[in-house]
Design a protein around this ligand. Structure first.
Ligand code: FMN
Length: 482
């Protein structure tokens, strides 16, 4: 069912019985720690809404785990909540292929303007920004946010999810990885020795978070992309200080400027790789000039954890769809499945193909590992034949171990797109990494003589299932009620 803003989304998630309210957790490590414990214990974890946070008025809330179930992801993206994760990949591919951008509608007023603070009234610590992990270097107001900038040459607006750390009442720092669109735009201002105007939204419709944290085509605004997915425009107000578009239903937004050379120490932060790899470095800061927020504001959070624990789920499904589409756009035929494995973050992409010609597997591997969605911080691409169920890790390991011969099957690409978050690249050498592409398909030139797979045939399976139906259904019942 369509929802209008984050609050209606929360009502619908509650009706789906997927929302857990938690009262009284501290912003300092308790919100982050409980989120991690719950993500480890429950698959999928519920969305968590923290209220009555000590030191803050009742109603100043923090929401996490927004998109960590396929039902919530489907609700957000307008798909059928009954679909499976693999069906989501297929539906998302189709949806984004057909997407026509819908520009936002500019409105004069909206709930985000219920409270406005400027000048000496600005205090970002009015909101319960958590310190998420024990070794974090500060409180992070932004983890599921929108950092909004305008390209100074081309005029289009980018909105990216980039982490935001509190430095003091009116200063926050923003970490943007090299190559991300917000960083390219900011650098254009700095190269002209001009400040970069910025608006940052810290609580919003989860669809905008989806758009801001995914690879939207270069030059397309995330507002247009989200509008295209919803098939109706997003309402925005022009920020009073910067004129940048801010969602009219945003929960919390700030505006300010980043100045060339104005840096402060940022991090360490528990990152999506499962490490504090980028340590503490100097990063550009935003001098905050205004804050807007709704009554009883809700701060959205997506604290990174080890990818196998949480937060990787929805990105893995979306990235799988994007990489699959990129393979298709590059003209690689007969791709039968793509999986950016959630336990590996961006580090592992698996592709299944129906081999048609010599070199087909290598072509698929290189494109999957270097297209926009698969290029940043990848490590391994494994290509298998179409008979392998790549959504089953055991099957992938079986194919890898039986159809690849390391000497012949592995190629290394050097000096690829990495960044400060890469844990295996030592400090001082960060920036590039290498990639292994592993061809675990049956060798093309003798694939027809490759040893046959030892597995019951469909014909025998059907015959035995018919004959032994009573036994098999009895066993299935016992499994359900042991
Ligand atoms: C929860 C979450 C946090 C993220 N934090 C950062 C971050 O701190 N810095 C960064 O560069 N990218 C971060 N990303 C990844 C970017 O949001 C993502 O690559 C996005 O596509 C970037 O947008 P752009 O293509 O407009 O640059 C994060 C993604 C998620 C889901």
């Amino acid at each position: 069912m369509k929802y209008r803003d984050l609050r209606e989304w929360i009502d619908q998630v509650k009706a789906m019985d997927q929302l857990q309210l938690i009262h009284g957790a501290q912003w300092d490590l308790e919100i982050g720690g409980l989120t991690e414990i719950i993500c480890k214990k429950f698959k999928p974890p519920p969305a968590l809404l923290f209220d009555n946070i000590p030191g803050y008025p009742e109603g100043h809330r923090v929401l996490v785990n927004m998109l960590d179930s396929v039902e919530r992801l489907a609700l957000t993206t307008g798909l059928d909540p009954q679909i499976t994760p693999v069906q989501f990949i297929h539906k998302w591919r189709e949806k984004i292929k057909r997407l026509s951008p819908v520009p936002p509608t500019v409105v004069k007023d909206g709930p985000v303007l219920e409270n406005v603070r400027t000048g000496s009234q600005v205090n970002v610590l009015e909101f319960p920004a958590p310190r998420w992990h024990e070794m974090d270097g500060g409180r992070y107001l932004g983890t599921a946010n929108l950092v909004i900038t305008r390209d100074p040459d081309e005029g289009w607006v980018n909105a990216g999810t980039y982490r935001v750390m509190v430095q003091n009442e009116n200063t926050v720092s923003v970490y943007i990885s090299p190559g991300k669109q917000g960083r390219i735009q900011r650098q254009k201002y700095f190269d002209l020795n001009r400040p970069c105007p910025v608006a940052i939204v810290f609580g919003q419709d989860p669809l905008l978070f989806v758009a801001a944290s995914t690879d939207v085509p270069y030059g397309m605004s995330e507002y247009e992309y989200a509008g295209g997915i919803r098939e109706e425009p997003i309402s925005v107000i022009p920020g009073p200080v910067t004129g940048l578009p801010i969602p009219a239903h945003a929960e919390i937004a700030v505006e300010g400027e980043m100045h060339p050379g104005d840096l402060m120490p940022e991090g360490p932060f528990g990152e999506w790789t499962g490490y504090y790899a980028s340590a503490r470095r100097s990063e550009p800061v935003v001098r905050v000039q205004s804050i807007m927020f709704r009554n009883d504001p809700i701060l959205c959070g997506a604290p990174p954890m080890r990818p196998s624990v949480g937060q990787g789920f929805y990105r893995s499904l979306e990235r799988s769809a994007l990489i699959w589409n990129a393979l298709e756009e590059a003209g690689v035929p007969d791709v039968t499945a793509v999986y950016s494995h959630p336990a590996a973050g961006r580090f592992l992409t698996i592709v299944a193909i129906r081999q048609r010609y010599p070199g087909h597997a290598k072509q698929a591997a290189v494109v999957a590992g270097q297209c926009r969605a698969g290029g940043y911080l990848g490590r391994y691409v494994i290509v298998v034949d179409e008979d392998v169920d790549i959504y089953d890790t055991e099957e992938v390991l079986w194919a890898l171990c039986t159809r690849s011969d390391p000497e012949r099957s592995i190629d290394i690409l050097r000096r690829c797109w990495s960044g400060p978050l890469d844990p295996i690249i030592p400090k001082g050498r960060k920036g590039f990494n290498s990639r292994a592409i592993i061809d675990a398909t049956r060798p093309f030139e003798w694939k027809d003589e490759f040893p046959p797979v030892s597995e019951i045939s469909n014909a025998l399976k059907d015959q035995l299932e018919g004959k032994w139906r009573a036994l098999l259904s009895g066993l299935a019942r016992e499994e359900q009620n042991p």
